[in-house]
Ligand binder design. Structure first.
Ligand code: 8YV
Length: 328
């Protein structure tokens, strides 16, 4: 029997490629070349399955050129690189990689919050530049984490992980805003209170963004929202570029309208807006919140297992549009 043909769009763990090769005729990108959309489309043509990462866009144009495609398995919990409506219309199943990265990503969100509020990288750059000649009472004074108010915008699994760390580990008062309110028992466990987005922005000492990107969440934080925040507040984005207006944020940081920001994601990444590179009060990391080897292995294995289950006629583990595809 001929094996289904799949494309692995980016370099991944060799053992995951080996596992896929037991089931599929695999074309992979272990050289990790950067493919244009046209190159990705041409590689996908004739494939029945795709293993993608967050940078691989699958939309109506790609789908129209790849009529054999049946499933795209994303090695990411976020899936704004997928046009889900177009995939459902084309009868292509989409899967993502949730849960396995929750705690690792929440750890990183907290690391970025701590580094931002306590000015870790800014002070390190100062030291490395040889500028540290004497101690002074207010040198790199930051803002406290313990006992402060943590505002979590987007209270899914990762948001809850951050809230738990804040409330139980650091005695923070947790407020949150989300499309839907959490069950009372979860609110009690996280010691979290539901507030409006505006109240969150006005009262939090630290705002952490963990909401999914969609056209509706584009520029959730722009000039108007930054103006609502306390001048002493910090902002952390571990969600997606585009949720924050990076130009407005750079201006707010430059004018000290908020104290500091920590960003793991950017509009148009891997490009970073030059205005952000010139302000000192921002911690910048290259989209690494889920980057530990065990977690990246778990994410890659989950994407692979979704492909294997699908082509063995079983239910994929983490489908996104199964009922729409079935209804077609
Ligand atoms: C990934 C992420 O590293 O899972 C997500 O949504 O943003 C990251 O964990 C990235 O998208 C690569 O696929």
């Amino acid at each position: 029997m001929t094996k289904p043909k799949i494309l692995v769009a980016r370099a991944i763990f060799p053992e995951v490629i080996a596992k896929l090769e037991e089931h599929f005729d695999v074309e992979s990108n272990q050289a990790d070349e950067t493919w244009s959309k046209a190159q990705l489309t041409s590689k996908l043509r004739g494939k029945q399955g795709a293993f993608t990462t967050g940078g691989d866009r699958i939309d109506a144009e790609v789908l129209a050129a790849c009529p054999d495609l049946k499933i795209c398995a994303n090695m990411a919990v976020g899936y704004n690189n997928f046009d889900i409506a177009a995939m459902s219309a084309a009868g292509v199943l989409a899967t993502n990689a949730p849960d396995v990265l929750t705690e690792t990503t929440a750890d990183f969100g907290f690391a970025l919050l701590m580094a931002t509020a306590r000015r870790v990288t800014e002070s390190e750059h100062y030291l490395r530049a040889g500028k540290w000649t004497k101690w002074s009472f207010d040198m790199f004074a930051g803002s406290d984490i313990h006992g402060s108010t943590l505002g979590v915008l987007g209270m899914g699994r990762i948001g809850q992980g951050i809230a738990r760390r804040g409330a139980l580990g650091f005695g923070m008062k947790v407020i949150y805003h989300n499309r839907s309110r959490l069950e009372a028992s979860i609110e009690a466990e996280l010691k979290a209170s539901y507030v409006s987005k505006e109240e969150l922005l006005r009262t939090a000492d630290h705002v952490v963004l963990v909401l999914p990107y969609s056209p509706a969440s584009h520029h959730t934080i722009g000039a108007a929202e930054l103006a609502m925040m306390k001048p002493t507040a910090t902002l952390v984005n571990i969600a997606r570029g585009g949720i924050v207006d990076d130009v407005a944020l750079a201006a707010a940081l430059r004018d000290k309208r908020i104290a500091a920001a920590g960003l793991d994601v950017f509009e148009g990444e891997p490009q970073v807006h030059p205005d952000l590179l010139t302000v000192p009060n921002v911690v910048l990391t290259p989209h690494i919140a889920s980057a530990t080897i065990p977690t990246r292995q778990a994410m890659a294995n989950l994407a692979a297992d979704n492909l294997i289950a699908f082509f063995s006629g079983k239910k994929p583990l983490t489908p996104l549009n199964a009922s729409d595809v079935a209804a077609k």
